[in-house]
Design a protein around this ligand. Structure first.
Ligand code: GUN
Ligand code: ZN
Length: 451
C-alpha cells in the first residue's frame, strides 16, 4: 500500500554534475517554480527510507501528482539536506572555547568534557540536543565521533533512530596520551567497536564508522586491531584525523619514528582505503597526496575549525584539481558553528586566502552531494533526484534584513544564494524534511499546506 505522496513546491536546486569538474554554471538545474514529490512506495529495499519520487516543474508535477498533499514554500529554495562529514557530538557543550591550539585545546576543554559521557543520561541529553541543533541548521545527515564509552554511541544512534535520520557514528578509540578514564585498550577497542558495529551498522538509516581518534592517541597495537576489524567489515567507513596542525605532525613523527609521514601511521595498519575519511588534511606531503588519491580515500575539509583552532589553510584548488574525493564539515566543537551555511562561508574565505574564489555552486555541492560522495552515499543522499532518500532543507533566501536588501540586487540565482551562504544562519532554515516528513520542532515558520 502506498502512502499518500507529498508535493513540495518552491525553487529547486539539483546537481547534474560535479561543479569542480564541469563548468559550475552548467552543473546544476535551478527551477524558479519547481517541486519535489516524496513518499514511500512500499517496494523499496526495505530500509525504511522515504524517497524522492519525482523532481520537476511545479505545474507539470501538480498535474501528474494530483492526488498528492501539497506544501507550498513560495519562492524559498528546496535543496537536499546538508551532509556534515565530520563532527564530534560530545563537544556540543564546549563549542567556542577560547584561546588554545589543537593539543592544548584537547587537553584543556575536550578530554574533560568527553569524560562525562561515561554517564548514559548525560550522553543521551547531549545527543538529543546535538541532533536538534543540527536539524535546525538544515543538516539531515552527520558523521560523528563519539567518546571511548560505548554508551555514547548507543545514545547518538538511538536519538538518530527516533528522528528517522541517516547518521554515521563510531566509538572513539584511544589507548595512550589521554587521561585516565578516557583510555581503552587495543583489545577492548576492538571488542567494543565490533559489538557496536554488529548492533547498529545497517540498522535502518544508521551506519557504523570504525574510529581511531588519531595516531597520537592510539598504540600501534590498537591501530592494528582496528585495521583488522575494518578488513572484516570493509563496507563500514573508517574515520580519523590527518595533518591538522604542525605540532601534531611533529608529535606523530616522534611517536612513529620509522614512518615516512603521518598517513603511513594509518596505512601500515590497514587504515587507508576506499571508505576512509580523513578529517582536516591540511598539511600533506606529496607522497600522502598521491597515496590518498590512489586509495580513493576522502579528505574532509573543516574550515571553521581550521581558522578557530589556528590550523592552516586547506588546499581546495590543488586537491580538487588532483581529483581527490572531498567532503565538507563543521568539526563541531573544534569548529565554531553547527551551521553548514557558516561552514560554506568559511570555506570560501579560506579559498580566498589561498587566491582561489570558490563558486557558490561548488560550495553548495560540497555541503550536499560532495559530502555524500565522500561518504560513498551519493546514490542515497545529497541531491534532488528520483530514487534518493527524502531529506530536504528549505531555505529562505531573504531571512534577515541584511540578506533581503542584498537579494534585491542579485541578478542571478547563484548571486542570490551566495548572500545566504555568506551571511545566513539557522534563521535561513525555513523547514527541514527528514525521511519524507517535515521535522517541525523549533524550525522556521510552517509551510502553507493546502489540500
Ligand atoms: N584531533 C584529534 N582529536 C581531535 C578533535 O577532537 N578535534 C579536532 N579538531 N582535531 C582532533
Ligand atoms: Zn575532528
Amino acid at each position: 500500500m502506498r502512502n499518500r505522496p507529498q508535493l513540495i513546491l518552491g525553487q529547486t536546486l539539483a546537481f547534474d554534475a560535479d561543479p569542480f569538474r564541469a563548468d559550475p554554471l552548467e552543473a546544476a538545474t535551478w527551477r524558479r517554480r519547481g517541486g519535489v514529490v516524496v513518499g514511500r512506495d512500499g517496494d523499496g529495499p526495505g530500509d525504511g527510507a522515504a524517497r524522492i519520487l519525482a523532481v520537476g516543474e511545479a505545474d507539470a508535477l501538480r498535474r501528474t501528482w494530483h492526488d498528492a498533499r501539497v506544501h507550498d514554500y513560495g519562492d524559498a529554495l528546496i535543496s537536499a539536506g546538508f551532509v556534515d562529514a565530520h563532527a564530534h557530538y560530545p563537544q556540543t557543550a564546549i563549542i567556542a572555547s577560547w584561546g588554545k591550539q589543537l593539543i592544548d585545546w584537547l587537553n584543556t576543554y575536550t578530554f574533560p568534557e568527553e569524560m562525562r559521557f561515561g554517564n548514559r543520561a548525560f550522553a543521551e541529553a547531549t545527543a538529543e540536543r546535538y541532533l536538534d541543533l543540527i536539524l535546525s541548521n538544515g543538516t539531515t545527515c552527520a558523521v560523528s565521533f563519539c567518546t571511548i564509552h560505548p554508551q555514547s554511541v548507543e545514545a547518538i544512534f538511538s536519538a538518530a533512530q527516533a528522528r528517522g535520520m541517516r547518521l554515521v557514528a563510531g566509538k572513539t578509540c584511544m589507548d595512550r596520551n589521554a587521561p585516565e578514564g578516557l583510555r581503552d585498550t587495543a583489545k577492548s577497542a576492538y571488542d567494543d567497536s565490533a559489538a557496536l558495529l554488529r548492533k547498529w551498522h545497517g540498522r535502518g538509516r544508521l551506519s557504523y564508522a570504525i574510529t581511531p581518534r588519531f595516531s597520537p592517541t592510539s598504540t600501534p597495537e590498537q591501530l592494528e586491531a582496528l585495521g583488522a576489524l575494518w578488513a572484516q567489515h570493509p563496507d563500514c567507513l573508517m574515520q580519523t584525523h590527518l595533518g591538522e596542525q604542525l605540532p601534531e605532525i611533529a608529535w606523530v613523527r616522534e611517536l612513529f619514528p620509522d614512518a615516512r609521514d603521518y598517513l603511513e601511521t594509518y596505512e601500515r595498519f590497514g587504515l587507508l582505503g576506499p571508505g576512509a575519511l580523513f578529517g582536516h588534511a591540511i598539511h600533506l606531503a606529496a607522497r600522502e597526496r598521491a597515496r590518498l588519491k590512489e586509495a580513493d580515500a576522502a579528505l574532509i575539509h573543516c574550515p571553521t575549525s581550521n581558522t578557530f583552532i589556528g590550523s592552516g589553510l586547506f588546499d581546495m584548488a590543488g586537491l580538487t584539481a588532483e581529483g581527490q574525493r572531498i567532503g565538507l564539515a563543521t568539526d563541531t566543537g573544534g569548529g565554531s558553528s553547527f551551521s553548514m551555511l557558516r561552514t560554506m562561508a568559511a570555506a570560501y574565505e579560506i579559498g580566498q586566502l589561498r587566491g582561489h574564489a570558490l563558486h557558490p555552486a561548488q560550495l553548495w555541492w560540497l555541503a550536499t552531494a560532495g559530502s555524500a560522495r565522500a561518504l560513498r552515499m551519493a546514490d542515497r543522499i545529497g541531491n534532488l533526484a528520483t530514487g534518493l532518500e527524502a531529506d530536504l532543507v528549505i531555505i529562505d533566501l531573504a531571512s534577515t534584513p541584511a540578506i533581503a536588501q542584498r537579494l534585491a540586487r542579485a541578478r542571478t540565482p547563484w548571486e542570490a544564494l551566495f548572500a545566504t551562504i555568506m551571511m545566513g544562519d539557522d534563521r535561513a532554515v525555513r523547514s527541514v524534511w527528514v525521511n519524507g516528513r517535515e521535522y517541525a520542532q523549533g524550525i522556521g515558520r510552517a509551510s502553507s499546506s493546502t489540500q
